[in-house]
Design a protein around this ligand. Structure first.
Ligand SMILES: O=C(O)CCC(=O)C(=O)O
Ligand SMILES: [Fe+2]
Length: 905
């Protein structure tokens, strides 16, 4: 190979070659005429001239012709960049001829890509072009064999040295160093970056290249063959980035001496030892064992690299790498690596010793979950709690694409002890002999390989055992400040499985990306972290009032709730979209056997039908009696002639249907999302408030809007689509308020107290809420409930149910009965506060909603209550010696808080 140019100095980079055309050194801008000439070049030549100063030429051959030669002899500025793409190697010799006629000129960038075809087994042309490039003092050299199948057919020899080469990129070839080679003279003094992709080479070559390049800052080895031991011990003090990815036979990667490393990325199977200096300014660490099990390398030469057996083996000492990385800001771990570090964290937690690592500055964590078992979820939690301080801002989780990973029977069965044992005792796996690298190694190289093979692996883990200030915490203790800075959780391949759903609740802002959905969609805004309670920071218990549950529990010892912890903020998960995507309801929605739809009585088993009361005739004694009977037996009744026109009811139902049919982005404009620092917002569009990890969710989305007091309506949460929504709801609410007053007066008459007694309990501040319920069709209605059994909290509820789809059920004597849906009738039920006020003469009925496999269902409940400052107590006119108070006196606000906390509605 010709010696490097004698020209020295960057300004001479465009020096003319002795034999070159006189005009080539002209660095003037090309004339218009010249530009025209370029654009007139035949397409077969596909000469791309991307700007003329300096111009870049890309020549695609088989079509080398006189025009090509002519081109070079024109008075054009010398190219600083040459991009040769050879469709066939037979094109190499004539190109070479042209190049050699030009002589050696400087190129900043020289890129050669070619395809070897059948029968083209002579690499001479390529080697000669490479030699030519080296002689041209190329700064940036890339050689790429685009045909994977013929990747390693012949070996190209790299030059013994090159003072100008700053970047070397090789792909799909086999390379070695020209002998004799001496690294000690730093024969690549300018070489800063080496990228080898799908290259076959020996440890010797890599090591010597590294040693010969004192300025090397980036070394990338991807899909390389022939390597067993990657060490950058000989690198200078500039090495900042090392990537070893999917190099099949690599058993050992050592960066021990690389004290300046900022980025280290390892991905592959069967690694025996992965060593990272105890202290180094590593900011970006990527560790993935067995990643190829899920990824193919179609884009690169060679065959896809699969681990034999899965999960992959994990080296013993890599955990050490994590111990002291105080500068680490971005960490990527695969599920196998995560498993190991979590197992270690658990073990250390039990021993009450320091966590395996404390990544004090970690801002971004990326988890490559090749499997997602329940235990994987636990691994994530444990790792987050033990190792990630509160600075973490972004969590990216790549979920498995293959849903079979979710099957619980595939869950790894090892116990933690076994897992840890396997970490300690894992033997290094040798590559199968017959498939091992066959290298035409020099003696030197062979010696080196032998040495490597006999090398002992590091096995001792050197853990620092000092107690962490907040470490050693038992899993049962709450964790302070946990994930308090987490701003974004992004999950790819999201399928809505249980584990994914639980994970989703870690962040206030989450973006999910299902396969094929490139942009991702922000589906949910979640409040604080919905974690197993042991991981949730507890507030001061005193902050939360002691509250009671439903009135009928009064006097029972467990009547007080809400004392164990502050209510968790809610979430507004959107079931509608999820329901459309799943075959089976996620287990978060699946009720335990005993809570399902059992005990349902058929219509003919009803002790008596639920009465239909004509509200326009309540002054008639028989109609009033009907109301009394209904309230005494069922706690609810159907109401006709209620004063709400059919047309208004139709308009209300179709407006709400239209709202729910909008895309999620639109509905989210009314979201009940939690504002940071504020508790769960009742108002808006969303779903159940999450109170605990094992809470079973309702199969229902809802829009909750305040109607009363009118001046407190929060129109920000009121839909603007359909346009009629607000007016229709306003009209509808005027009418339901009249119904409320009529019912309250009728009840007062029934219990023979002042007709206005109940109405007078309603101050200007008394509340009224509309709750639009949307129940998507459910693939397994037998497993879920649209709405869990509950009683309503206020005074009275005026319910407008879908006429086409039933689902509402009421409980009586422990049995469930269907509430019939009749066109244009309302279902009116008493609520808890009213039960208290009438001292239990009429009870607030427990009801629930079941779902339908085919049809969606809508309902609109308007809840009327008292002002939260009102003291709830039975009407004095109903109490005497024989009829003592059955309910404790308490403030409506405390009661309602208790209800929300208890029922998560
Ligand atoms: O959807 C229904 O039929 C009942 C709704 C209900 O009970 C409620 O919203 O409290
Ligand atoms: Fe209800």
């Amino acid at each position: 190979m010709a010696a490097a140019s004698d020209s020295g100095g960057g300004s001479k980079r465009r020096r003319m070659d002795d034999e070159g055309d006189q005009g080539i050194g002209n660095t003037e801008a090309a004339t218009e005429e010249e530009e025209d000439r370029i654009s007139a070049l035949p397409e077969a030549l596909r000469l791309h001239i991307l700007g003329l100063l300096p111009f870049k030429s890309a020549v695609r051959t088989g079509a080398l012709s006189a025009q090509w030669r002519a081109l070079w002899t024109h008075r054009w500025p010398a190219p600083s960049s040459l991009d040769l793409r050879l469709d066939t190697l037979t094109a190499a010799p004539p190109i070479l001829e042209s190049l050699e006629r030009l002589g050696h000129r400087r190129f900043d960038r020289f890129s050669l890509s070619f395809q070897i075809r059948n029968g083209e087994l002579k690499p001479d042309g390529v080697q000669r072009i490479l030699d030519y490039a080296a002689a041209c003092s190329v700064a940036d050299l890339s050689v790429d064999n685009a045909h994977a199948a013929f990747a390693f057919l012949f070996k190209l020899r790299l030059p013994r040295g090159d003072p100008y080469l700053t970047r070397l990129a090789l792909a799909g070839i086999r390379v070695g160093l020209s002998k004799p080679f001496s690294a000690q003279f730093h024969t690549f003094p300018a070489l800063e970056a080496i990228s080898l992709h799908g290259v076959k080479l020996s440890d010797y070559t890599v090591e010597n290249l590294v040693a010969a390049s004192p300025l090397l800052h980036t070394l990338e080895l991807c899909y390389c063959e022939g390597l067993r031991f990657v060490s950058v011990a000989a690198a200078g003090s500039q090495l900042r980035s090392l990537t070893v990815a999917e190099c099949e036979w690599v058993r050992d990667v050592s960066t021990m001496e690389a004290s300046t490393l900022r980025s280290f990325r390892y991905s592959g199977c069967y690694i025996r030892a992965l060593t990272i200096p105890a202290t180094c300014p590593l900011a970006d660490l990527y560790i993935c064992f067995g990643g190829s099990a899920g990824h193919s390398r179609e884009d690169r030469p060679g065959t896809p690299l699969f681990c034999f057996g899965w999960p992959p083996e994990v080296p013993r000492n890599w955990l050490q790498a994590l111990t002291n990385l105080s500068d680490l800001t971005v960490l990527t771990l695969c599920s196998s690596a995560l498993r190991r570090v979590s197992a270690k964290a658990r073990e250390r937690s039990l021993a009450r010793s320091a966590a395996p690592c404390k990544l004090k500055n970690l801002r971004e964590l990326q988890l490559l979950m090749f499997a997602m078992y329940d235990s994987s979820l636990e691994d994530i939690y444990v790792f987050l709690v033990a190792c990630c301080p509160s600075l973490l801002e972004r969590l990216f989780v790549e979920l498995p694409t293959n849903s079979h990973y979710y099957r619980p029977d595939l869950e790894p069965s090892e116990s933690e002890d076994e897992l840890l044992e396997s970490v300690e005792e894992l033997p290094g796996k040798e590559p199968p002999e017959e498939d091992g690298p066959e290298e035409e190694s020099s003696e030197e190289e062979e010696e080196l390989l032998e040495e490597e093979a006999s090398e002992e692996m590091e096995s001792e883990e050197d853990w620092s055992d000092e107690e962490l200030s907040d470490g050693g915490q038992s899993e049962e203790e709450p964790v302070k400040g946990f994930l308090e800075n987490l701003k974004l959780l992004k999950m790819t391949n999201f399928k809505g499985s249980d584990n994914e759903m639980i994970l989703a609740r870690l962040s206030p802002k989450i973006v999910m990306e299902s396969a094929g959905d490139k942009d991702g969609e922000e589906l949910a805004n979640v409040g604080t972290h919905d974690m197993p309670t042991r991981y949730v920071a507890r507030g001061n218990e005193q902050d939360w009032p002691a509250v009671v549950r439903v009135p009928r529990r009064l006097g029972q010892p467990d009547a007080k709730l809400g004392q164990g912890g502050r209510p968790l903020s809610g979430q507004n998960w959107h079931l509608q979209e999820l329901a459309a995507a799943v075959q089976e309801p996620p287990s978060r929605y699946v009720r335990p056997e005993q809570d399902r739809q059992h005990g349902l009585m058929s219509a003919d088993e009803m002790p008596e039908p639920i009465p239909l009361v004509d509200l326009s005739r309540l002054t008639d004694a028989d109609e009033a009696d009907k109301l009394r009977a209904a309230l005494q037996t069922w706690g609810l009744f159907l109401a006709t002639n209620h004063g709400i026109e059919d047309s208004l009811m139709d308009a209300m139902m179709s407006a709400s249907r239209e709202f729910f049919r909008q895309p999620i982005k639109e509905k989210k404009k009314c979201s009940n999302l939690v504002v940071e620092g504020k508790p769960f917002e009742v108002e808006g569009y969303g779903n159940d408030k999450i109170g605990s990890q094992d809470q079973i969710l309702d199969w229902n989305d809802r829009l909750h809007l305040k109607l009363e007091p009118e001046d407190e309506r929060n129109f920000a949460k009121w839909p603007t689509h359909p346009e009629s929504f607000r007016d229709v709801l306003h009209e509808y609410a005027l009418k339901t308020k009249r119904v409320r007053d009529l019912i309250l007066r009728s009840i007062a008459k029934l219990v023979e107290i002042d007709e206005d007694y109940f109405v007078n309990q309603i101050s200007d501040k008394a509340s009224g809420f509309a709750r639009f319920n949307y129940y998507p069709p459910c693939p397994r209605p037998d497993l879920v409930l649209g709405l869990k059994p509950h009683s309503d909290g206020g005074l009275v509820t005026i319910l407008f149910v879908d006429q086409d789809v039933g689902g509402l059920q009421v409980q009586r004597d422990g049995k469930w009965y269907n509430v019939p849906a009749k066109p244009y009738t309302l279902v009116i039920n008493l609520a808890d506060c009213m039960e208290i006020m009438n001292n239990g003469i009429f009870r607030s009925p427990v009801h629930r909603v079941v779902t339908n496999a085919e049809k969606e269902r809508l309902s609109l409940a308007v809840f009327y209550a008292v002002d939260k400052e009102t003291m709830l107590e039975p009407a004095p006119g109903l109490l005497d010696e024989k009829r003592p108070s059955r309910y404790r006196k308490l403030k409506a606000n405390d009661f309602v808080l208790g209800l929300f906390e208890t029922l998560k509605i």
